[in-house]
Design a protein around this ligand. Structure first.
Ligand code: EPU
Length: 428
């Protein structure tokens, strides 16, 4: 077990490179299961979720070869290996193995997914979609059993706009017989990325990125090469780090449109945000103003940036109201920020942040991935030393975090926990 140690109070200056999008990567690796020849995915982030998924595919007979920032998956010899336990429990995105295995083999046994604890995270819409396509779905001892004689295209209306359900239903539908229409589909950029990969593999998909996706089933998909889009959440996190710690940071490559909801809020808060063709520059000149934030589905403000921006708003002069309409209980980071001196009250799905507060370095826990990013922002801003434990959450989503922050002049290092610290955490 390790911890991150951050010496606060150093402004960040310079330029950093953004990795490929985690939430694309974790969908695109399972998508390779659907091909009959090797798929190479480029611009893969160096994060633990990617490693775990590659291992899962290997367990089911795929041959994976890792290269510099890329992974080749040869799914030719794969079989419908039941994956009820073990690695599937380690990440949320293992649910994509359901759609991918069902699409390829017409059957699958996959354990219920793990991932960040953000309150209830049902997968009923995924299941509704699989059933509409003809699969029989049962839940036995913590695993989902899926089986279909054949999959037939269907019209599926999602009751909840869900990124995971939209992508998973696409996976199950690309080789179903006939036409599938997904209505009230999610529109996140990662969905377009997944649809682009599937199209490069020979699938017939129209409308990805809108709320109606039309899929005409094809008999077979083939391998291809595909580069993942830049990670808008990683980029957004660094924009917030720059705003919180102060300084002048350029982030590239980004697709500025993907960052629009964040950029406009940061400008409202008093930061200077300039976008280039594929870069964004964030500068902090004067004091910060409070802003209200409401998370929404894309292109609204991303729930994944709600936690990091909370830290920034502890530095604003006044009261900001943050409401998470996607995950109502995504506020565990606020307990940790309070340990550092933040004045935050949580009431239902909203948090009221009163600023400015001088944050003080403290020992805090990354309770989930983006809570970890919120604490990194806090550590960079605080006076004194912040120690963040449970950083395996952060390693699931932020590639080369210390290297990137160090290159900007931030002071951060990773150390193993002492035996006493490890025991303390285990007993907590
Ligand atoms: N929902 C349902 N039923 C379902 C599916 C979702 O009620 O069958 C609800 C969820 O409980 C939530 C809302 O619908 O309230 C949206 O959930 P969605 O399915 O869109 O989330 P997800 O696909 O499980 C992905 C990202 C999350 C990100 C959300 C929202 C991946 C692997 N995860 O999760 O990313 O917060 O979309 O944008 O793509 C993160 O990166 O830190 C992270 C948690």
């Amino acid at each position: 077990m390790e911890k991150l140690i951050i010496e606060g109070g150093h402004p960040l200056e310079g330029e950093i490179a953004v990795s490929g999008a985690k939430n694309s990567a974790v969908a695109l690796i399972p998508a390779a299961v659907l091909a009959s020849s090797p798929v190479t995915i480029e611009n893969l982030p160096d994060i633990s979720d990617v490693e775990i998924l590659a291992d899962l595919l290997e367990e089911a007979g795929a041959v994976t070869t890792a290269g510099e920032g890329e992974l080749t998956v040869d799914p030719g010899e794969m079989f419908a290996m039941p994956l009820p336990n073990g690695k599937v429990k380690k990440l949320r995105a293992s649910y994509y193995m359901m759609g991918a295995m069902l699409g390829r083999f017409k059957k699958a046994v996959i354990g219920l997914p793990g991932g960040c604890s953000l309150g209830p995270r049902p997968i009923d819409q995924h299941i509704k979609g699989f059933q509409a396509l003809g699969a029989k779905v049962t839940n036995e001892q913590g695993a989902i059993y899926l089986q279909a004689e054949k999959l037939t295209g269907a019209r599926i209306y999602l009751d909840v706009v869900s990124v995971g359900a939209t992508i998973n239903i696409m996976f199950a539908a690309v080789m179903a017989e006939g036409k599938t229409v997904i209505e009230n589909a999610a529109k996140e950029p990662e969905i377009i990325d997944a649809a682009t990969l599937l199209s490069n593999m020979g699938a017939d998909i129209k409308g990805a990125g809108t709320n109606v996706i039309r899929i005409e089933g094809v008999e077979k998909l083939h391998g291809c090469r595909h580069a993942i889009i830049p990670d808008r959440i990683e980029a957004g996190s660094y924009m917030i780090f720059a705003g919180a710690a102060g300084g002048d940071v350029t982030i590239r490559p980004v697709i500025p449109l993907h960052l629009e909801s964040l950029s406009s809020k940061l400008r409202e808060a008093g930061l200077q945000v300039d976008t280039g063709d594929e870069s964004v520059r964030v500068r902090r000149g004067g004091p910060l103003r409070p802003v209200d934030i409401k998370t929404l589905v894309y292109p609204g403000f991303a729930t994944d940036l709600q936690q990091p921006i909370t830290t920034l708003l502890t530095q604003a002069e006044g009261t900001s109201m943050i409401t998470d309409t996607i995950y109502h209980a995504r506020f565990k980071h606020t307990d940790e920020l309070r340990r550092m001196g933040a004045d935050i009250k949580v009431d239902g799905r909203s948090a009221m942040v009163n600023g400015p507060t001088v944050l003080q370095g403290a020992r805090v826990r990354a309770t989930d991935l983006r809570a970890g990013a919120a604490l990194v922002a806090a550590g960079l801003t605080a006076s004194g030393t912040t120690e963040i434990t449970d950083i395996y959450h952060i390693d699931r989503g932020y590639a080369a975090l210390e290297e990137k922050i160090t290159s900007l002049g931030g002071v951060i290092r990773r150390e193993p926990l002492t035996e006493e610290e490890a025991a303390e955490i285990e007993n907590a």
